[in-house]
Design a protein around this ligand. Structure first.
Ligand code: PRT
Ligand code: ZN
Length: 292
């Protein structure tokens, strides 16, 4: 019997949205219901298991799954947590779902150098990565574990500062926080159990050939929108992965038309953030071909 590989994917959330789209563009569509946890792909010897993203590194490390797709942030956290018993590695960087784990402090707090963090408490979902960072930089600070709403902890006096995932920076701003240091640059990674055999590696390599081309096409979109002139900087910051967008004048002198090529998926939450900043007529268009 020929081998099949089992891949753990996020059941619901940011990575689930990107993975579903990428697999579809690889010609490996799956359409799973709310309660379906398993799917066998017929076009390739691949089975998918849908779980919480936090469970993916350990499922792969223990060998329940051969591979998994997860944020580097979640992978690194679990790797530190299970130091001696961790048996998984990065197979490929996928270049999607890019974000960073950063330290952020209240707007009003002064920051000169890293030693200013001595004696502070840091709220985070990633205590192991943060503790390792503190140790490497000789900082004596304590961590408080929070599994959500981390950004609110300084205003509730649960912690002095935070270390959390940042993408556009809009959430930090909404909570009167400023980013001071990046601890980890993150993106989605395909991880593997260290004991998988050559046949399973070959299947994953074949999948990666399809995924790489699917990612390069799916992840680029042409975005057009009208923006209030005084919000242009904020709007451009939110556009995922856009570099020097074009600005065209509009008949309404308070507004400007922005045209950008975005290299990351435009999710509804990004569209909603743009709308809240006063953007209108937001259109996301596919790009057929592009020569960089
Ligand atoms: O339910 P489950 O446990 O499976 O999902 P989850 O809620 O833990 O994860 P999810 O779906 O939110 O994110 C999955 C992965 O996407 C993360 O582990 C990151 O690798 C990656 N990713 C990319 C992000 C973001 N961008 C992101 N912006 N994860 C979280 N955020 C959150 C962040 O926590 C903060 O609250 O968005 C907010 C910041 O966004 P900006 O744009 O305002 O800066
Ligand atoms: Zn999670």
């Amino acid at each position: 019997m020929t081998e099949r590989i089992r891949i753990a994917l996020q059941k619901k959330g940011r990575l689930q949205q990107s993975c579903e789209q990428i697999f579809k563009n690889c010609g490996l569509s799956y359409n799973v219901g709310e309660r379906q946890l398993y799917y066998s792909i017929s076009e390739m010897p691949i089975d998918l298991l849908f779980v919480r993203d936090d469970d993916i590194p350990s499922l792969v490390s223990q060998g329940t799954c051969d591979f998994g797709i997860v944020g580097l942030n979640t992978f690194e956290e679990e790797k530190y947590e299970n130091k001696d018993n961790f048996n998984a590695s990065i197979f490929a960087h996928l270049g999607i779902s890019k974000c960073r784990l950063s330290v952020a402090i209240p707007e009003a707090m002064n920051f000169g150098s890293l030693s200013d963090l001595n004696g502070l408490t840091i709220a985070t979902t990633y205590p192991n990565i943060v503790k390792n960072f503190l140790k490497q930089n000789n900082i004596k600070a304590s961590t408080v574990l929070m599994n959500g709403s981390v950004e609110i902890s300084p205003s509730l006096k649960l912690a002095d500062i935070i270390a959390d995932i940042v993408s556009s920076g809009a959430t930090l701003k909404q909570n009167n926080l400023k980013e001071i240091i990046t601890i980890l640059e993150s993106e989605a990674v395909l991880i593997n159990n260290n004991n998988i055999n050559g046949e399973k590696r070959d299947i994953a390599n074949r999948l990666m050939v399809r995924m790489n081309s699917a990612i390069s096409v799916t992840s680029k979109k042409y975005v057009v929108l009208n923006a209030p002139k005084d919000k242009v900087d904020e709007i451009v910051k939110i556009l995922p992965g856009s570099e020097s967008p074009s600005m065209l004048p509009l008949a309404n002198k308070d507004m400007i038309s922005i045209h950008a090529i975005c290299t990351e998926t435009m999710f509804w939450d990004v569209m909603e953030k743009l709308k809240r900043l006063g953007a209108s007529s937001i259109a996301v268009l596919p790009i057929e071909k592009m020569l960089d």
